[in-house]
Design a protein around this ligand. Structure first.
Ligand code: GLU
Length: 339
């Protein structure tokens, strides 16, 4: 990514005065954010860091946590067991919708909406609540590369006002998706949302996903590489609330946003990107964050379907493989020969 330092500087100047949107207010503690905060961080898989603005300003991770806890549940339960409990279908509904969890679906649509994320928290293994929390914090520590902590006032605020999430948990219990320890599961979910991060941390976490699960700074393994494609798939299809489709179309980067104003994006085998600005739109996405991602995608051809497309080993007809490829396939893909 040549020109990257100059370009993020340009984007920072370009969008720092964009003041549309508002602070998330449904969790009272989040209204204390400073609307001027703005940061862009990029961490490459080689561990290079490019950032500008308030990249060390702390905030709570909120919904971005769902990505990483889903990865942990994949490791704890495996893919098929998880799929029985939580689907991978985009909803087009708001993140906290209760409508989709009904008699027809029998399970939450995906792990990026609250119903699916609460179900995911219910699958985290541990002998008791403390062990589950400690395992979760250790997982975040591996991704971030330093000790982590929970913002207690945000956690208490979520717990005191999370009536809708409590309703979702009751529905999940009714459908047999979670066990009858609702308050413990909700606490774990509220704690994951209240994890303290900054924009730099988020870029390192995204870069870990881009680097086959290995934190590019500390070299510690955050997650087994075999689960990265599951995580990136749900990020790509469900990560941006009910804007996920347009995001895939315009930006084309597996991403996840949170109502505190962060957005992470993963460029597989290349880099992690994070933007932080707490002014969000009605769907819950950071407005400056979306602008920055769209511009970066355009400038550096980061859309997943930009040419050149990633190389496919199936089509890589090298000298020593050609004999093993059936005639028909060779014919179909050999565009140099006349039909
Ligand atoms: N803790 C929030 C909730 O469950 C997460 C919101 C979000 O970032 O989407 O309501």
């Amino acid at each position: 990514m040549s020109n990257l330092p100059e370009f993020i500087k340009f984007l920072y100047q370009e969008y720092r005065h964009l003041n549309s949107g508002s602070l998330a207010s449904y969790i009272p503690e989040l209204t204390k954010a400073n609307p001027n905060w703005f940061a862009i961080s990029v961490v490459t898989k080689e561990g290079e860091i490019f950032e500008i603005g308030d990249s060390q300003e702390n905030f709570t991770i909120q919904s971005i946590s769902k990505v990483f806890v889903y990865g942990m549940a994949l490791e704890d339960c495996d893919r098929e067991t998880l799929l029985e409990k939580i689907g991978v279908e985009p909803t087009g509904d708001p993140f906290n919708s209760v409508i989709r969890l009904d008699e027809n679906s029998k399970r939450p649509d995906n792990p990026m909406v609250n119903a699916g994320a609460i179900a995911t928290a219910g699958l985290i293994k541990g002998a008791n609540a403390t062990e589950k929390l400690n395992r979760m914090l250790d997982m975040f520590r591996r991704y971030i590369g330093h000790d982590v902590f929970i913002n207690a006032p945000v956690f208490m605020s979520e717990r005191a006002t999370g009536h809708r999430n409590r309703a979702l948990a009751n529905l999940l219990l009714n459908f047999g998706i979670i066990e009858n320890n609702i308050e413990e599961i909700l606490d774990l979910y509220f704690q994951q949302c209240s994890l303290v991060v900054n924009c730099h941390d988020l870029a390192v976490m995204a870069a870990t996903l881009a680097n086959r699960g290995v934190n590019p700074i500390t070299k510690e393994q955050g997650i087994k590489p075999c689960y990265i494609r599951d995580i990136l798939s749900v990020m790509y299809t469900c990560g941006m609330y009910n804007y996920a489709g347009e995001w895939a179309y315009r930006v084309g980067i597996p991403a996840k946003s949170g109502v505190s104003g962060g957005i992470i994006g993963v460029i597989p085998d290349s880099a992690g990107i994070a933007v932080f600005s707490p002014l969000i739109d009605s769907r819950g996405n950071s407005i400056r964050g979306m602008k920055v991602f769209e511009a970066l995608s355009d400038k550096f051809n980061l859309h997943l379907f930009d040419y050149p497309l990633p190389k496919c080993s199936f089509l890589d007809i090298s000298e020593n493989r050609i004999e093993s490829i059936p005639k028909k396939i060779e014919f179909i893909f050999d565009k140099t020969k006349p039909l």
